[in-house]
Design a protein around this ligand. Structure first.
Ligand code: ATP
Ligand code: MG
Length: 363
């Protein structure tokens, strides 16, 4: 087991494609770290540099305190599994897992022990004699995982390993991969662009955009204390609702005001705006933190555009000018389009963003 450190790592392809920019990352021993970001933000490139499959333009990479920046892949003790996990079709499951161990010239008995142990972790011990064509997608995925873990890597990299699987299998494989990680205890970096996958699996999430790290934190942190509009929008389904509002100081306190809303902030929340010298903010509120109430209690009233029943809840969409605001409401009664809905906000959950920098004002 080991730690992984990337220091000021930059990757430029050709003359001017900056795929990864001044990237800093510390993965702790046994940590399950998820690298999350939209397509093209540099996740795969970052992982390929750790594995030694891509040269670093500038910066350093360390495994524990051993610098590996210039080392060839086989000297790094890093395992990587890819999106198209590519198990070898002409080898049985047993041989797929044993292959790298044979290359290491381990004793036959040791190979046998490790193959059986990792196959057990991946729950494929009864499939060892089969060929990949005789396996389901999820089973092939497990073979890839077992094969990568069997070599006992210091660092285990997984680049979107679940993206080939159907939705239901993805969700169950999430749980299994986490369980395998807990047993094997390998320091792991898991890449995905699926925020719910990241939330459900990570010890910590690193959110990337345009080759740069935007925020690092626990799932709870990035969800409840999103540091920027980008993160608040990227994490959560449905995502955070945003509204442009004016800050208005009146004799009874600070109000947030727009054509639909006049919200008197509780003193605790108003405090966050002390020291902020502009008169507009972007207000962020998550759909589950808006509550349906009776008309007389409402901070905001509008007509329902559409409601999407989800079984356990319904997502009610209301239109405010050009802006659609989504509310997570109890499943019954289903709210019909055109019905007036009356809403209040759970104030302690509000996020305030600077419209110019797009960064959070409260932390
Ligand atoms: N070999 C290459 N030559 C030139 N540009 C490249 C090369 N590989 C990647 N890029 C560019 O670098 C950027 C980052 O690509 P990368 O594959 O790391 O993104 P990603 O975050 O893994 O995306 P996805 O979620 O789609 O897999 C992209 O703009 C991509 O076009
Ligand atoms: Mg990728």
């Amino acid at each position: 087991m080991a730690t992984l450190t990337m220091q000021n790592v930059t990757k430029i392809f050709g003359r001017d494609v900056i795929a990864v920019k001044d990237f800093n990352l510390e993965v702790k021993e046994k940590e399950f770290l998820v690298l999350l970001g939209p397509s093209g933000c540099g996740k795969t490139t970052a992982m390929r540099m750790v594995a030694g499959l891509e040269e670093v333009t500038t910066g350093e990479i360390f495994i524990d305190d051993r610098e590996v920046t210039e080392l060839p892949p086989r000297k790094r003790n890093v395992s990587m599994i890819f999106q198209n996990y590519a198990v070898w079709p002409h080898m049985t499951v047993y041989d797929n897992i044993a292959f790298a161990l044979k290359l290491k010239k381990l004793h036959k008995d040791e190979i046998d022990r490790r193959v059986k142990e990792t196959a057990g972790m991946a729950k494929i011990e009864m499939l060892l004699e089969r060929y990949p064509s005789q396996l389901s997608g999820g089973q092939q995925q497990r073979v890839a995982v077992a094969r990568a873990i069997a070599v006992n890597p210091d660092i285990f990299l997984m680049d979107e390993p679940l993206s080939n699987l159907d939705a239901k299998l993805r969700v169950s494989m999430r749980t299994e991969l986490k369980a395998i990680h807990d047993k094997a205890g390998s320091t792991t970096v898991f890449v995905t662009h699926d925020q719910s996958e990241a939330m459900s699996m990570a010890d910590r999430i690193v959110i990337m955009k345009d080759g740069e790290v935007i925020q690092v934190g626990s799932p709870d942190d990035v969800y409840h204390r999103s540091g920027s509009i980008f993160v608040a929008d990227f994490i959560g389904t449905p995502p955070t609702n945003f509204m442009d509002v004016k800050i208005q100081k009146e004799s009874n306190g600070t109000h947030l005001v727009n054509t639909h809303l006049n919200l008197l902030l509780e003193p605790e929340m108003a405090k966050h705006l002390n020291g902020y010298d502009k008169n507009h903010i972007v207000l962020g509120i998550r759909p589950e933190n808006i509550v349906l109430v009776g008309e007389s209690d409402a901070a905001l009233s509008a007509s329902c555009l559409v409601s999407e029943p989800q079984g356990s809840h319904q997502v009610v969409a209301i239109q405010l000018d050009d802006n659609i605001v989504k509310v997570v409401a109890p499943p019954n009664p289903i709210i019909a389009p055109g019905t007036d809905v009356h809403l209040i906000f759970k104030q302690e959950t509000l996020r305030f963003f600077d419209p110019d920098t797009t960064l959070a004002i409260n932390d």
